[in-house]
Write a protein that binds this ligand. Structure first.
Ligand code: ADP
Ligand code: ASP
Ligand code: MG
Length: 424
């Protein structure tokens, strides 16, 4: 007997038939004698609809501030998961399974106060553990918890993955299965590159990079938690027949295991390619080349909660003036330009230029630590396709390249094939 946390994403609970199908996956594990907690997302598209409602409330005449109370945003957008948790509990009950729904505040899943992007601080797992021991399935609404202000708090988009891994850690589950609409983690998004290969295993560090560089198959924070708490996490498909052979395999279920790199015997140099759309580039021209300039630029941007990513500074020709280029999410360009405009005197630049709609394509692999020339192959491959590189950043296990938006798909496929990742 094992204790298993099963998480089902939006497409897996998109309608009543799919919820019924999810219930069959849960029944399989219950019938095998396991203790089960389930985490659900909202029906696919629901959270987007709820966010849209919040953002489109008509403003007071004369006001153009896109303001709304983040606590009320959370009250609205957390509702999608309340619906699916109740529906799944009913579907399970109709199959004769003892089940009940749990909202984040009932457990409680305690978070910090960052409404809209809260972090889980603590989960009181005792009640769920006791009831699981009595044979009851806990159906937990993902994406939500209870803030220190006693208000609903949501965990940021894709946050149900994090709910699942955090609950798995709290109840000391033997396994956390993230069921989604693909049957595992692939070498790149299989919707962009049909030649992508499913990985049997991927190291935590690589999955962390893949997720933070755009692969939305897992929320970044869920991977961090799985790594820190050593939660055995699988990504697998909810669309396979719940009773197909091997689906109930306890040690090797079908899908991709996220694990320590030591567990991976055949480590490739490059494991995967990720991409992030909607990047924007801002350049400050003819800045004074003196100490304190970077602080004058990036301090105010940080205070405005603008996430700056790639930063490139030119070497000045004469030691007096230089240029600085960096990227921010496209949605933050206007805000960033305003902040930089307000600080023009202090920073001391000549002109600002900006360009939105760019894409960051990244090559990821732990094997890069011990191999030279990995970056050069990427540059060559992109050059052969006539793709211009606007900025580059590297770390020990990744290379990120900024390019024009329309080239995203071509660049992903080109790099995928350049590193021999295409399936044969
Ligand atoms: P869910 O609603 O189940 O949480 P998501 O849409 O958040 O599902 O994540 C699954 C999607 O992630 C897939 O449909 C796929 O298009 C995308 N994806 C991006 N990169 C990868 C990758 N490397 N491997 C698998 N899926 C990926
Ligand atoms: N429903 C939330 C979202 O769409 C959380 C999730 O699906 O993981 O972001
Ligand atoms: Mg998701």
């Amino acid at each position: 007997m094992a204790r298993i946390v099963m998480k089902f994403g939006g497409t897996s609970v998109a309608d009543l038939d799919r919820i019924h199908n999810v219930a069959r996956h849960v029944k399989r594990e219950v019938d095998a004698g396991h203790e089960v907690a389930v985490v659900v997302s909202a029906m696919s598209g629901k959270t987007n609809e709820l966010v849209g409602w919040v953002q489109n409330i008509p403003k007071v005449a004369g006001s153009n501030a896109p303001f709304y109370d983040a606590r009320e945003y959370d009250a609205v957008v957390a509702s999608g998961e309340q619906v699916t948790s109740g529906l799944l509990a009913i579907a399970l009950q109709s199959m004769g399974i003892n089940a009940r729904s749990w909202q984040g505040w009932q457990i409680p899943i305690r978070t910090d106060n960052a409404h809209g992007a809260a972090r889980i601080l603590d989960i009181e797992g005792a009640d769920i553990i006791r009831r699981m021991g009595e044979g009851q399935v806990a159906v937990v609404a993902g994406f939500q918890g209870l803030g220190p202000d006693n208000r609903l708090a949501t965990l940021g988009r894709g946050g149900s993955d994090t709910s699942a891994v955090a609950i798995a850690a709290a109840v000391k589950a033997d396994r956390c299965d993230i069921y989604t609409d693909v049957d595992g983690v692939y070498t790149t998004d299989p919707r962009i590159e049909p030649k992508a290969r499913r990985l049997k295993k991927i190291a935590f560090e690589e999955m962390l990079e893949m997720a933070s560089l755009g692969a939305k198959v897992l929320q970044v924070r869920s991977v961090e938690l799985a790594m820190v708490h050593k939660v055995r996490t699988f990504v697998r498909s909810s669309f396979e027949d719940p009773d197909a052979p091997g689906m109930g395999d306890l040690l090797n279920p079908p899908g991709t295991l996220i694990c320590d790199e030591e567990e991976i015997v055949e480590q490739e140099v490059v494991t995967g390619i990720a991409y992030a759309k909607d990047e924007a580039q801002i350049s400050l021209r003819r800045l004074a080349d003196r100490p304190g300039v970077s602080a004058a630029i990036f301090g105010p941007l940080a205070e405005a909660h603008i996430n700056v990513d790639m930063i490139v500074q030119n070497i000045s020709e004469d030691g007096s003036k230089t240029d600085m280029t960096f990227t921010v999410p496209s949605g933050d360009v206007d805000k960033a330009l305003r902040v930089l405009g307000d600080n023009k005197e202090k920073i001391g630049y000549d002109v600002i230029q900006s360009e939105a709609g760019l894409v960051k394509v990244s090559v990821i692999g732990i094997g890069m630590r011990s191999h030279a020339g990995v970056a050069a192959s990427a540059f060559r491959a992109l050059a052969d396709k006539g793709i211009n590189i606007k900025a580059i950043t590297t770390s020990e296990i990744k290379i990120s390249i900024l390019i024009d938006g329309p080239y995203a798909e071509l660049a992903v496929r080109t790099l995928h094939s350049a590193y021999g990742l295409d399936k044969s």
